[in-house]
Design a protein around this ligand. Structure first.
Ligand code: SF4
Length: 106
């Protein structure tokens, strides 16, 4: 499943997603995924941990995609914490650009 297909599935069907600190469906085709282990695991887990701490959630929790997206906007994006939480992430520039587009979909 490509990233485009994953986003379509999330937006159209609002599935329940599980928060994980391991490689997941999004990682399947990533070149950093070596036999199910992320080469950037330390950095990714650090960013993910900061996010779920702000959401008041834990790894292993399950919730609908729409709720997770709502929390991301409420706890990080709308209160201008993106630069703080995602500091050093290579995708930060893309997320800044996507911010307005995603916000329109809420
Ligand atoms: S960098 Fe790591 S966590 Fe991010 S998509 Fe690739 S394998 Fe998954």
């Amino acid at each position: 499943m490509s990233m485009t297909e994953i986003i379509r599935e999330l937006e159209q069907n609002d599935p329940v997603v599980e928060l994980t600190d391991k490689c997941d469906v999004i990682c399947r085709k990533c070149p950093h995924n070596i036999n199910g282990v992320c080469l950037s695991e330390q950095k990714v887990t650090a960013i993910d941990s900061k996010c779920i701490q702000k959401y008041g959630l834990s790894f292993g929790d399950k919730l609908h995609w729409s709720k997770l997206k709502y929390l991301a906007f409420e706890k990080i994006i709308d209160c201008r914490k993106l630069e703080e939480v995602c500091k050093n992430c290579q995708w930060l520039g893309i997320c800044r650009l996507m911010n307005i587009t995603l916000h329109d979909r809420l």
